[in-house]
Design a protein around this ligand. Structure first.
Ligand code: ARG
Length: 447
């Protein structure tokens, strides 16, 4: 035991100083530092230990919380809500129409509020209207609900709580339509059933990993399921054009894709993010090119093609939504173009699907002298970047230019049509404007 341990604190302190005074003046600063280290007060040590323990405890707490949260299990439900509406069913019953979107959004936010004000606040993930159907005294909204509960939760109890919350909270929810909370039905469904319901809806995406990229030239590759409506059109097995699935037997593409190659029997459509091996392959039964398309004009550059048999929808293959003819897209809307086309002008087509984010460019600007000098008709729209770089290219023709709505449902806004080379400044991509052809598409396909 050291000789000075019996001394009171203050004396100990003095002694340190005295010993130090005896040292040579020239090395004083060094000695002072050495002394400070040797004389760390016990309470300082205590404090440091205490703080370290607290930091450690907080870290452990965070890790436990994180692990517990990640151990939560996803629970999916199919629910129907019955309500009466001032609006006629016909006004919002049509999937992907503006009225459908508006009504879905209202109900989804009402349901979200109900759960946010309940004990299920933490567990609620989302609600998603998949369709409306008509019944004697009103309308049924069909909805998928997703929750995340700790794995320990009993599914039966969870069922009951959800049912109770919907009954109680929707009772006092103020909405434009009269919801009848007595008629809330709910059923637990599994992951596959949930996927099937979502795959039957238009414009839904799984695997959303949006990374910015600045051109299809060197842009980003696409993961399976990101753009499930993309098809590759092949003539005698060779990729020629892109196309978009709008129904289980119908594709939309460009008219110019079928200018020299007309026989449907020699065309096939493949699906998936790779041309070889594809997720699915179908032959074409019928090709319908717009009657007003007259080469070499790019106007009316649209066609529809019927598949010889329907595709079955999966996470990786399903249809996109078509916008109402009245829908307007605005500069600033999120837009992507995808395709198996060249990565640079005069390059070769790709085996892998690529994506690039593009900006919608006002037609007035696109018709300016230094851009396309009045070549843009009301049946066309421009998208890309006036600075250059972000663009579609050869082999992307017929493929989709897409944009989401507020519910994150994706719509076909344009069809890759033409452009002056690829990614040149002031030469953005030009697309067939789908809204201008909305009625033409339904007259030919019934979609
Ligand atoms: N016409 C081309 C094709 O057949 C598509 C051109 C698109 N060009 C562009 N710069 N966006 O594949």
């Amino acid at each position: 035991m050291p000789a000075d341990t019996s001394l009171p604190q203050s004396t100990k302190h003095l002694k340190c100083l005295c010993e130090q005074d005896k040292q040579a003046q020239s090395i004083r600063p060094v000695v002072v530092r050495a002394r400070t280290r040797a004389c760390l007060e016990p309470w300082v040590i205590g404090l440091i230990t205490f703080i370290s323990l607290i930091v450690l405890a907080v870290c452990i707490g965070l890790i436990v919380h994180y692990v517990r949260y990640n151990q939560r299990t996803t629970y999916n439900y199919y629910s129907t809500l019955s309500f009466t509406s001032d609006k006629l069913y016909g006004e919002f019953g049509k999937e992907a129409s503006e009225n459908f979107t508006e009504m879905s959004q209202k109900i989804e936010s009402m349901v979200k509020n109900a759960f946010h004000k309940s004990s299920l606040r933490q567990a609620f993930v989302k609600s998603h209207i998949i369709k409306f159907s008509q019944k004697e005294h009103g309308v049924l909204a069909h909805m998928l609900l997703t929750f995340r509960f700790p794995s320990t939760e009993d599914p039966e109890t969870v069922n009951k709580i959800i049912q109770r919350v919907l009954h109680e909270k929707l009772q006092d929810a103020v909405g434009p339509h009269k919801l009848n909370p007595e008629f809330v039905k709910i059923k637990k469904i599994n992951k596959t059933e949930t996927d099937n319901f979502l795959n039957n809806c238009c414009g839904t995406r799984r695997n959303r990993t949006i990374r910015q990229s600045f051109r299809i030239v060197g842009g980003t590759e696409v993961q399976e399921g990101e753009w499930p409506w993309q098809a590759s059109l092949q003539w005698d097995g060779i990729h020629r054009c892109g196309a978009t699935l709008i129904h289980d037997t119908w594709l939309v593409s460009a008219a110019h894709c079928f200018r020299t190659y007309k026989d449907p029997a020699r065309w096939t459509a493949s699906f998936g993010v790779k041309i070889e091996p594809p997720k699915m392959k179908q032959s074409l039964r019928r090709i319908i090119v717009h009657e007003k398309y007259k080469y070499p004009s790019h106007d009316y550059d649209i066609s529809v093609a019927e598949l010889s048999s329907p595709v079955s929808y999966t996470n990786a293959v399903h249809r996109i939504c078509l916008p109402d003819a009245s829908r307007e897209f605005h500069p600033g809307d999120e837009m992507f173009v995808t395709g198996f086309g060249a990565l640079q002008n005069d390059g070769s087509s790709q085996n892998q699907l690529w994506q690039v984010q593009v900006d919608l460019i006002d037609t007035k600007i696109c018709n300016e002298h230094k851009v396309y000098n009045k070549a843009i008709t009301p049946r066309m729209l421009c998208a890309g970047s006036l600075k250059g770089n972000r663009d579609a290219c050869q082999g992307d023709s017929g493929g989709p230019l897409v944009s989401p709505d507020a519910r994150d449902i994706w719509y076909l806004a344009g069809i890759v049509s033409w452009g002056d080379e690829c990614g040149q400044p002031n030469k953005p991509g030009v697309y067939a404007r789908v809204t201008a052809f909305r009625d033409w598409i339904s007259s030919k396909t019934g979609v």
